[in-house]
Design a protein around this ligand. Structure first.
Ligand SMILES: Cc1cc2nc3c(=O)[nH]c(=O)nc-3n(C[C@H](O)[C@H](O)[C@H](O)COP(=O)(O)O)c2cc1C
Length: 170
């Protein structure tokens, strides 16, 4: 989707309403998953409902990330279960794949709503695990900032590997 970008410029004053968050999380919830296991979990920190949890999560990000995202109103931790729900199925090899796909469903819907859902891996894993009581059978996959994109006059062309380096026929 060409209009989706992980922008670092956003409107810090524009409130992301709970109704909008509900729409985003519904698309993640409806994502496909191996054996229908739904291995993803999300922790939503919203300034509107709890300033402290948002501050706590911000403090877990790397300094460069804190610098650009400190005025965000909504941050979301995405987690992926290490095991299938049914104990006899054991480790869920596809859980990270499925959680990434669910995240992307949320991100694409956000882009269509003029929101930016920007994923970050720059965070202190141990700190998040401790502050947010993450159970040991979950991996933290990303922290997503959900912000209103600033008006852009020019869409930058994405720098990407050429098609022939990625896709192979026959
Ligand atoms: C798993 C993951 C982790 C990322 N971590 C960070 C991060 O810590 N900080 C940041 O500013 N951007 C982060 N990004 C954004 C990427 O830098 C960005 O997606 C990439 O440069 C491509 O740009 P685009 O998303 O605008 O197409 C991350 C993206 C992903 C998918």
């Amino acid at each position: 989707m060409k209009v989706r970008h992980s922008r670092r410029s956003y409107d810090p004053d524009k409130v992301v309403h709970q109704e909008e968050i509900n729409m985003l999380i519904e698309d993640a919830r409806l994502s496909p998953s191996c054996f229908g296991d739904e291995p993803w979990r999300y922790i939503i920190c919203n300034k509107q409902s709890n300033q402290n949890s948002l501050k706590d999560l911000l403090s877990c990000l790397t300094e460069p990330n804190q610098n650009w995202i400190k005025n965000a109103q909504v941050l979301i931790i995405s987690l992926s279960s290490k095991n299938f729900r049914k104990p006899d199925k054991g480790k869920n090899f596809w859980a990270k794949h499925d959680t990434g796909a669910a995240n992307y469903a949320l991100i694409l819907l956000a882009a269509s709503m003029n929101l930016t859902a920007h994923q970050m891996s720059g965070f202190d894993r141990n700190k998040i695990e401790e502050k947010f009581n993450i159970p040991g059978d979950f991996n933290i996959m990303s922290v997503m900032a959900v912000v209103y994109a600033e008006e852009v006059t020019e869409i930058k062309k994405k720098a990407r590997r050429p098609i022939k380096e990625i896709f192979f026929y026959d």
